[in-house]
Design a protein around this ligand. Structure first.
Ligand SMILES: [Zn+2]
Length: 310
């Protein structure tokens, strides 16, 4: 009976250990999940270790034949190796992911604007250790066609999926009216000022002053006023930006362009629109890359730029 019991506990323990190990790997090394998830997994792990230890000690005390059970020794060895492995990964993860020292805030009027304008740059700087935050001022309800309701507005979910692809540190979506921002200037400026107080960004990305969309120009004006104390402010384009937009600041995004396209594809309610085509996104990045003498780039107009900020 003891032997069978030992095998059963060992099997359960092994499965739990494998799951816990993989969860910790994705959480710490890949930085996919947040702290509460890590805490829950740690608690589950410790509980399992305690239960196993308790069962083992009971078996050892009441039935010494358990000592000769091959599986019990294997279980001990496995648990030691697993815990050592988790400890190693944990320490490595802590060393590999230092706290961000610089922050970027990207501001957009509608859920897909940030991806179009600076999606690849955000991922590029995220990989370099920046904290990257996005502030979207509307849920883009007009982009859904006839009579959308807040409950059925899928664009928020799409934006969050895109944010995951760009590995954003945070994404905030507000409720200013899509195509009605010109009458909400003070509220928009206050919302941007609040985000700047919260994130203290070194760099802000925003719309440009040439776009035909009145929401974009309103967000540009409100951002420039709200960012009076931000060192670097860069204006991005989108596929419908008119030719007057002439970038004077470039970010080499050759390593991140595919992820920008993947992030845009998350906006599945919009992808039927011609300007969502990957070939167009790639072409714009290639042109900007040629201007910057790299393969692929995103182009910006700098309101001001501090070299050490990026
Ligand atoms: Zn827009």
């Amino acid at each position: 009976m003891r032997s069978a019991s030992g095998i059963q506990y060992f099997c359960v323990f092994m499965i739990i250990m494998i799951i816990a190990s993989e969860c910790l790997y994705y959480n710490i090394i890949e930085s996919r999940w947040r702290f509460p998830v890590l805490s829950m997994i740690n608690i589950a792990f410790l509980t399992c270790a305690f239960i196993y230890g308790h069962v083992f000690m009971n078996a050892l005390g009441s039935d010494l034949s358990f000592r000769s059970d091959l599986f019990s020794h294997t279980a001990i060895a496995f648990s030691v190796v697993t815990m050592a492995g988790i400890g190693f990964r944990y320490n490595r993860g802590r060393q590999a992911a230092p706290a961000p020292t610089k922050a970027i805030l990207a501001i957009g009027a509608h859920p897909d604007d940030v991806e179009f304008g600076c999606g690849a740059a955000l991922l590029h700087y995220r990989k370099q250790g920046f904290a990257t935050h996005a502030l979207i001022l509307s849920s883009g309800e007009n982009g859904l066609g006839a009579s959308p309701t807040p409950l059925h507005n899928s664009r928020r979910r799409e934006a969050h999926k895109g944010g995951e692809v760009m590995r954003l540190s945070s994404l905030t979506i507000l409720n200013f009216p899509d195509c009605g921002m010109t009458s909400r200037r003070d509220g928009i400026k206050s919302a941007i000022e609040e985000a700047i107080r919260k994130y203290n960004p070194d760099v802000v990305f925003t719309h440009n002053n040439f776009d035909r969309h009145s929401d974009h120009r309103m967000v540009f004006n409100a951002t420039v006023e709200a960012c009076r104390n931000v060192p670097t402010v860069l204006c991005y384009e989108n596929p419908n930006t008119p030719p007057e937009f002439r970038p004077n600041f470039f970010v080499d995004v050759s390593d991140c362009l595919d992820f920008k396209i993947r992030a845009l594809q998350c906006h599945s309610s919009q992808t039927r629109k011609s300007y969502f085509k990957p070939e167009l996104i790639r072409s714009i990045a290639r042109v900007r890359g040629n201007q910057a003498k790299v393969r692929f780039a995103e182009g910006f107009i700098a309101i001001r730029a501090v070299l050490g900020a990026m």
